[in-house]
Design a protein around this ligand. Structure first.
Ligand SMILES: *[C@@H]1O[C@H](CO)[C@@H](O)[C@H](O)[C@H]1NC(C)=O
Ligand SMILES: *[C@@H]1O[C@H](CO)[C@@H](O)[C@H](O)[C@H]1NC(C)=O
Ligand SMILES: *[C@@H]1O[C@H](CO)[C@@H](O)[C@H](O)[C@H]1NC(C)=O
Length: 838
């Protein structure tokens, strides 16, 4: 074919072939049409054309003609069915077997082992093996079962279809001979959207029923005709919707949802201005696959998957990672008047450590269908009798669940009442299935309960009616047979050290613990008083003395406390950190209890969890979960430089934890002493902030002006030295310093060993930033250097955080968004004279 070509020409041709083969292993980027071009060449003036072709090939494959599927082609569903692959090989169209239940005609990510499905034709009914999809000679795309019965067809494609193609964007199209798309899978999304996929007014995504069941599920993500983007539950099995549990509130302005080429998801108005950001990110579509899906649990999530193994060195797993999601906490999302909420009736929703919701049944209730936990719970016992005068209230008890609520389903509300009054009112009322008691309010609720949730932000408690007698479910029966007081406090006895000499039992209100205990034979020795409304264990001094073997192993010491390692036995044996406060506790006993209850109510994956306390005479001791990887200070300033991605993760975690303390807890908590020694690392190196709430315990007013500087040199904000109010911004300042230390793996204050002058890292960073020479900051750190854009962003964030004027510093929430790339970082101003404040 190319016999008459010159050597130069042949060389070019070979390069071209090599390039094309490398560009795609699955599909050749150039097809016969292009080859004919070569055949016609051979004269000198054909060369410029060839050069142009080469340039064309250097662009991503998507701009080259796709592999065309010609009329008459078909695929038959079986284990070794062929597939139609896009030219880059990223996406495929064909049959996927689901369980052993049948086949789904689908589009999926083809280069990853998960073969994640992004679109399906017959989501509602799987087809058996032997079914066939055919692009007929008339240009119709038809799925038919082995008997030839039509199951699905691409509607309204018209009659001019001349070929079909799987595009590299993940769009499967039917096109006419002018390559105008007559039908696109992008116009008929199922539960997923991909970058560049349009999503216009009236479009919706329907969640699948469960992870592996592609049937329409219970949630809808919808750009309503009025321009409001909403998430709603549906009245399954119909797809009529309930009031949204999340919305952008853009009725009248929202026009189109964009998932752009760089992986940002946002809503625009008709004039193209952005009216709402849904998810934005720095992971480019060059390095990552992106997809956004309304998951079967009702959360709309934006996922990424690294395209090649190379990113694993930056901490990316070869798995789908969630970048962003809405609503922030589906369990706490707006309740709905009609419908059960995100979980089924009579169940309650809890957000796990992985930020995913779980639907649980309360004590005395069990799943309607154990295979389908989102389908609700049924009461296992016979309800209270409402007939005549029969008084069976002594057969019932109230089981207390703190921070739990079922908003709505109220039928009576009283205020200004006591808890005892509320309890009596519910026990004496056959309609009352649960009473909610909160701040002197008592709400009576009847079945079925809806929108159930447990969350520290709920506050108050639910008093759930359960039956004590023989008609009770076996679960309840086993554990509460001997209880005949009118108030059932669910108490699990926990034996410390495993010996009977410890004769105090601990009140465990945490349901997780309860469910563990329910499985076991539990013996309650004695009931202890505890601070109400808390999930904390109340230890005696003696117990802690035993747990720490006489306060033997010291693991840390600070100005006001010494920390010991201990072992406490509950569920399984657990390591704990026992912190003995050595100074006098401010405000005496009451202050201590109040603070304990504030700290006890916090619950975040980036905070060290307080498990319990001891408040006995002069002893004030806090018991925390034990962090096996020590503090960030040891990690960062040790001999071996930690990996860059781990440091980045620690920055994210610390920022999230602080943001929670400042904005999301019921009472705002200013930490006042953020430094690497107070950031602990668990077994998976997740950053957890420790010692929050303590500063308040030890000294008086936190928000007033201070004469007494707290905090640690090098990390304290300038306002400590001036007569200025102390606000959350002192933590922002300290975080800025900490972030810089994470970048450089150096202490902010370090005496240079050579000339004895102090080296101030914040100064140095500012110089490097000013001179645009950030490489200098991370000199011998290849990993950080390879991510210099992020280094620069982090340095800019630091400079914002260490602004002299507290009001100039961003909030921690904003800092978190800037770190995660959710918002842009404006160029920071020079901090004025911040050196003088150190
Ligand atoms: C696919 O078909 C269209 C229309 O017939 C044509 O323009 C295009 O060149 C074809 N692409 C390939 C790779 O054959
Ligand atoms: C999917 O769930 C629906 C609703 O429960 C059920 O009817 C259907 O049989 C399930 N499909 C599969 C394949 O399990
Ligand atoms: C995608 O959107 C983001 C946020 O608006 C923007 O910064 C980015 O430039 C956009 N990318 C493209 C390719 O349009």
């Amino acid at each position: 074919m190319f016999i008459n070509s010159s050597p130069l020409f042949q060389a070019l041709y070979i390069n071209l072939v090599v390039f094309a083969n490398r560009a795609s292993s699955e599909a050749n980027c150039f097809e016969s049409a292009d080859l004919t071009l070569f055949a016609k060449m051979g004269s000198a003036f054909a060369l410029p054309r060839l050069v142009r072709l080469m340039l064309l090939l250097l662009l991503p494959c998507s701009c080259i003609a796709q592999r065309n599927i010609s009329l008459g082609s078909s695929i038959t569903a079986n284990a070794s069915a062929s597939i139609w692959v896009s030219s880059s090989g990223d996406f495929a169209f064909g049959f996927q077997e689901i369980g052993a239940k049948g086949f789904l005609l689908a589009v999926w990510f083809n280069k990853i082992p998960e073969k994640t499905i992004v679109w399906c034709a017959n989501c509602e009914n799987l087809v058996p093996g032997g079914s066939k999809v055919q692009l007929t000679v008339n240009g119709a795309l038809v799925l038919s079962d082995p008997n030839g019965r039509q199951i699905w067809t691409a509607e309204s494609a018209g009659t001019n279809v001349s070929y079909a193609a799987m595009l590299d964007s993940g769009n499967f199209v039917l096109a006419n001979q002018n390559s105008v798309n007559l039908w696109e899978s992008f116009d008929h999304p199922t539960d997923t959207i991909l970058p560049t996929q349009p999503f216009n007014l009236g479009s919706n995504l329907v969640a699948r029923y469960s992870e592996i069941n592609y049937t329409n599920g219970r949630f809808l993500f919808m750009l309503r005709d009025d321009g409001n983007l909403v998430l709603s539950t549906t009245n399954y099995p119909q797809d009529s919707v309930n009031a949204p549990y999340w919305e952008t509130n853009t009725a009248g302005s929202g026009y189109q949802l964009i998932f752009n080429q760089s992986g940002s998801i946002y809503l625009i108005a008709q004039n193209k201005t952005i009216v709402s950001n849904i998810s934005s990110d720095t992971s480019s579509t060059r390095d990552f696959y992106h997809r956004a899906i309304v998951d079967f649990d009702g959360v709309f999530r934006h996922y990424v998957y690294p395209k090649s193994g190379g990113l694993s060195s930056q901490g990316w797993k070869n798995a789908w990672t969630v970048l962003d999601y809405v609503p922030p906490n589906i369990c706490m999302a707006a309740p709905e008047q009609v419908g059960s909420g995100p979980c089924g009736f009579n169940s309650y929703c809890q957000i796990g450590d992985d930020q995913r919701p779980t639907c649980l049944c309360p004590l005395g209730y069990s799943y309607l269908d154990p295979q389908d936990e989102m389908n609700g719970c049924r009461q296992d016992f016979e309800s209270q009798n409402c007939e005549g005068r029969s008084d069976d209230k002594h057969l019932f008890d109230l089981y207390e669940m703190t921070n739990t609520d079922w908003p709505f389903s109220d039928y009576e509300h009283f205020d200004g009442v006591s808890e005892d009054w509320c309890r009596a009112a519910c026990l004496g009322d056959c309609f009352c299935a649960v009473a909610i008691f909160r701040d002197g309010n008592c709400w009576k609720k009847k079945l079925p309960l809806s929108n159930g949730r447990i969350d520290p932000r709920v506050g108050g408690k639910a008093l759930l009616k359960i039956r004590k007698d023989n008609n009770t479910s076996t679960n309840v029966e086993e554990n509460h047979q001997k209880d005949n007081e009118s108030t059932l406090i669910l108490v699990g006895s926990v034996m410390l050290g495993g010996s009977v000499s410890f004769n105090c039992c601990l009140l465990l209100t945490t349901l997780v613990v309860i469910s563990q205990l329910r499985k076991r034979k539990v013996e309650c020795l004695q009931r202890c008083p505890v601070v109400p409304g808390m999930n904390l264990l109340n230890f005696t001094y003696k117990e802690l003395e035993e747990a720490t073997d006489g306060f033997k192993e010291e693991v840390g010491r600070g100005a006001f406390a010494t920390v010991y390692k201990g072992v406490v036995q509950f569920e399984s044996t657990s390591l704990v950190a026992v912190k003995k406060l050595e100074k006098k506790v401010a405000e005496g006993d009451k202050g201590f209890k109040n603070e304990m209850s504030a700290i006890g109510r916090t619950n975040h994956k980036n905070l060290v969890q307080l498990l319990g306390f001891c408040n006995e005479g002069p002893h004030h001791i806090l018991v925390y979960e034990f962090m096996s990887n020590g503090s960030m200070a040891d990690f960062l300033f040790g001999n071996i430089r930690p990996r860059w991605y781990q440091r980045v993760q620690i920055a994210f975690g610390t920022a999230r934890g602080l943001s929670y303390l400042h904005d999301e807890c019921s009472t705002q908590i200013i930490h006042c002493d953020i430094k690497p020694q107070n950031i602990l690392l668990d077994s998976s190196f997740t950053a957890k902030i420790s010692d929050f709430g303590i500063s308040k315990l030890l000294k008086t007013d936190q928000t007033g002006t201070m004469t007494n500087v707290r905090g640690t040199k090098g990390y304290v904000a300038p306002e400590w030295f001036r007569s200025m109010p102390i606000t959350v911004k002192v933590d922002v300042y300290s975080f800025g310093v900490l972030l810089l230390e994470l970048i450089c793996c150096r202490k902010n204050f370090e005496t240079d060993t050579q000339d004895g002058y102090p080296v101030i890292l914040t100064d140095r960073a500012l110089d490097c930033y000013r001179d645009r020479n950030l490489d200098l900051l991370v000199e011998d750190d290849e990993e950080a250097k390879n991510d210099i854009v992020r280094v620069e962003k982090f340095v800019m964030i630091t400079i914002w955080c260490i602004q002299d004027d507290p009001s100039m510093r961003p909030t921690m929430k904003k800092v978190t968004q800037m770190l995660e790339g959710a918002v842009d970082i404006p160029a920071p101003p020079e901090p004025t004279s911040f050196i003088s404040t150190l």
